[in-house]
Design a protein. Structure first.
Ligand SMILES: *Cc1c(COP(=O)(O)O)cnc(C)c1O
Length: 363
């Protein structure tokens, strides 16, 4: 099917929705036309069909095996985006009158804090707001009486990433929207992990939630059925119609991850890609990194032109070389190269070549 081949594949540095592996796109495209020789599209079959049940089963099993999940952790594919998890986590895990701690490392943490305040007391244990979130606070105090500590593992907008998760007495609740499956995790530290799919996992439309079920059922407030994690655990994410197509594409991505060595191999690849790009940013006088060196993200590389007036020229030169999605988020400005799992190192090499060429022309 020639229609399935992209004529001019670009080097995709968009932050989200973002790059997916080519074999995943090809299989996803084919399934829209006909799924499993059924004479039907994946889009027009029951979510309770045997064929789609097999997709769900593989999606659950792959999540478990990629992250080595113990039996007391449940996997869910929900809707409403990571943004709905900002309130769902607090609604399900924070009893009235109890406290939760939040580390404020950017726009997304800020939003999570605002939502959690609807349900209980929020202690902001640390914040890098005064430096426009260009670093991850360390050495912050964590009071012993918190129900959980909420972290954002990777700050998509500011390009910072927690390189080593703290050891604390309470479970960590973590927004991993933009670095899920990018590295192995010490899963026992986490009570709940959530990730909107559209950064490092699949298309927009589903949110992966991994939850230690021992933490549930401890709040006494009334929770609407659809917002109660237990509803979705009991029905294996099919209490209502799940987002079948996004889940299918996530399942294909996880299959691709497993075929390519799993999260440990991804970590190696991601470190190599990030080092290549940061080395050029540090070497080339025409560019400057945004985040503190120790906190630099291996997923979203934020940088600026030393002379901001050169930015448009640089973006034009990058576009000539088929590098797209490099404009920074409006709250930081400058440039951002998102280098998620699916991005091959060859794309980073092309970008680095453009930066070198820019140095020769403008330096
Ligand atoms: C994109 C993003 C979100 C918001 O995700 P939605 O699915 O659009 O709600 C939350 N947290 C992080 C870290 C993100 O990168």
């Amino acid at each position: 099917m020639a229609v399935l081949t992209q004529k001019k594949k670009k080097h995709n540095f968009f932050a989200g929705p973002a790059i997916l592996p080519v074999p995943v796109l090809e299989q996803a495209a084919a399934a829209v036309v006909e799924f499993e020789g059924m004479g039907l599209s994946l889009l027009e079959i029951s979510h309770r069909s045997k064929q789609f049940s097999a997709v769900m089963d593989e999606a659950f099993a792959s999540t478990r095996s990629l992250l080595n999940l113990p039996d007391n952790y449940e996997v869910l594919f929900l809707t409403g985006g990571a943004s709905s998890q900002f309130f769902m986590t607090a609604m399900n895990l924070l009893p009235q009158g109890k406290k939760a701690g939040y580390l404020n490392t950017g726009t997304w943490s800020d939003k999570a804090i605002k939502e959690a305040k609807l349900f209980g007391e929020v202690i902001e244990v640390g914040s890098s707001k005064e430096e426009n979130f260009n670093y991850i606070p360390k050495d912050y105090e964590v009071p012993g009486d918190l129900e959980y500590l909420h972290l954002t593992s990777n700050n998509t907008i500011f390009g910072t990433q927690i390189q080593s998760f703290p050891t604390v007495e309470m479970p960590i609740v973590c927004d991993m929207s933009s670095d899920i499956f990018s590295r192995p995790l010490d899963i026992e530290k986490f009570g709940l992990i959530y990730a909107g799919a559209q950064k490092n996992l699949g298309p927009a439309g589903t949110t992966l939630v991994i939850v230690n079920k021992d933490l549930l059922g401890k709040v006494n407030r009334a929770i609407p059925t659809m917002l109660d994690y237990n509803t979705h655990i009991k029905k294996q994410s099919s209490f209502n119609t799940p987002p079948v197509y996004p889940i299918y594409v996530c399942m294909l991505t996880m299959r691709w991850l497993k075929e390519n060595g799993g999260v440990a191999a991804m970590q190696e690849r991601n470190e190599e890609k990030a080092a290549l790009l940061y080395d050029e940013i540090d070497r080339n006088d025409l560019f400057k990194g945004y985040a503190h060196v120790d906190d630099r993200s291996r997923m979203n590389v934020t940088f600026t032109n030393t002379n901001p007036e050169q930015e448009a020229d640089f973006l034009a030169m990058a576009a000539e070389a088929d590098c797209v999605g490099l404009k920074g988020h409006r709250s930081v400005g400058g440039l951002r190269a998102s280098i998620y799992n699916a991005l091959d190192i060859s794309s980073v090499e092309v970008l680095v070549d453009v930066m070198k060429e820019f140095g020769r022309v403008k330096g």
